[in-house]
Design a protein around this ligand. Structure first.
Ligand code: ADP
Ligand code: MG
Length: 406
């Protein structure tokens, strides 16, 4: 089992000069290879201090930290940068340096030659979804928040470190960008299998990202260290329960991925088809709208009968834009997507943005109902397999839309 341990903190404390109380007091925890451990707790509770002691940006006042079995105090700064990538808000990029220089910083420090660094930079930009030719020479200030964050992740991955420390990495981005970055990062992690310590003050983010979650109280004292499922089902004490907050059932939506439930199917039509085709397809299926898709099966818009007028020859630009989610999105993300497009459905797409299916509001409600039942059975000690898709046909239920469809 100890083979499996990547990071351990043993009775670690940190007292800042001139502070009465320690910022971190007597923290012990073990982090296994390949897991994402989330440290979640209120602002000022010592999350950043705890994290920075792992890569020795801050020295502990007492206690011991090991990385892959070695005491971190025995490793020099270069070795630590090679083995631990570090990502902070907005990527923590140097504003006067190009994207390429930022990403190539650790390899340069490690003495790689120019060509190897250039090749690695391009490989990494590709990996995080930024076209190298387009982004290599830009300055951070010329990028959006989400793009800066991707560059920050690329930079942390530069020397292929086994461990990544991420301090509120997506905190400065708007909710939609944050959701994308979270999903992209989870996708990347499926491939890379890094050991990750992830700090956030957002409990929903903790539930989504964590293999295990450490709920921290003041001075980083661990209130509970458990899987997301266990945390929601059995908070260790009143403080944790309060932190989870009201609506634990609704928070369960953060646990379940879109890919784990059965999809509904929409009527797909190309935008160059006629209104008559739409009416026929709806008549046959009983749906309220068809979904237009491009030649690569990428979803475009929902078109309902009320969007049609007799003199139209095709469906170009009609209806409302479809909201899409990928299979890694949580049911909570799907719900948000439905509410944003006010069409009562989220279209599930694959990694290339192609249509896979639809999660309608009915389906989502049913999933919530099942979760409640499972919770109840669990409380009664019944151990049924937790999740299986329910059958049933899909009729998109459209919520009332004041002001028509646009
Ligand atoms: P968090 O990341 O959870 O918001 P921090 O680790 O940044 O918390 O801070 C924990 C506590 O330590 C806070 O009370 C903060 O004011 C204090 N602190 C952080 N850095 C320093 C420092 N360099 N000197 C003195 N006190 C600090
Ligand atoms: Mg912090």
């Amino acid at each position: 089992m100890s083979d499996d341990v990547m990071i351990s903190l043993e009775n670690v404390s940190k007292r800042y000069r001139g502070q009465k109380a320690p910022a971190v007091e007597d923290v012990s925890m073990t982090i296994h290879r390949g897991e994402i451990v989330v440290l979640v707790g209120p602002s000022g509770c010592g999350k950043t201090t705890t994290m920075k002691m792992i890569n020795r940006l801050i020295e502990p006042s007492s206690g011991r930290i090991t990385l892959d079995g070695a005491d971190v105090t025995s490793l020099d700064a270069t070795e630590l940068r090679r083995r631990i990538g570090y990502v902070i808000q907005q990527g923590g990029l140097f504003p006067h340096m190009s994207v390429a220089t930022n990403v190539g910083m650790v390899p340069k420090m490690l003495g790689w030659d120019r060509r190897r660094i250039d090749a690695r930079v391009d490989e990494l930009l590709d990996l995080v979804g930024l076209e190298p030719g387009q982004f290599r020479n830009r300055l951070p200030g010329q990028l959006s928040g989400g793009q800066q964050q991707r560059v920050g992740v690329a930079r942390a991955l530069a020397a292929d470190p086994p461990v990544m420390l991420m301090d509120e990495p997506f905190g400065a981005t708007d909710p939609l960008t944050r959701e994308h970055l979270q999903n992209e990062f989870l996708r990347l992690q499926e491939k890379l299998q890094k050991t990750i310590v992830f700090v956030t003050h957002d409990f929903d983010e903790a539930i989504k990202m964590g293999t295990r979650i450490a709920v921290l109280g003041e001075r980083s004292m661990i209130r509970q260290f458990d899987t997301p499922e266990r945390l929601l089902a059995a908070p260790a004490d009143q403080t944790v329960a309060q932190f989870i907050g009201a609506g634990a059932s609704l928070k369960q939506l953060n646990l379940r991925r879109v890919g784990a439930i059965e999809y509904d199917q929409a009527q797909l039509v190309r935008p160059d088809e006629s209104p008559a085709t739409v009416l026929r397809r709806l008549d046959e299926s009983g749906d309220w709208a068809v979904l237009t898709v491009d030649s690569d099966q990428r979803p475009l818009r929902w078109v309902a009968p009320r969007d049609l007028t007799p003199h139209q020859t095709n469906l170009e630009g009609l209806g409302i834009p479809a909201a899409t989610v990928d299979a890694r999105a949580t049911l909570r993300d799907a719900l948000d997507a439905m509410l944003t497009c006010s069409c009562g459905a989220a279209v599930v797409v694959d990694d290339d943005g192609r249509y896979r299916g639809v999660v309608g509001i009915d389906r989502l409600m049913r999933a919530i109902g099942e979760m409640r039942d499972t919770e109840r059975d669990h409380d009664r000690g019944i151990t049924e397999p937790a999740w299986h898709g329910s059958s049933g046909s899909w009729k998109l239920a459209v919520p009332a839309q004041p002001g028509g469809s646009r």
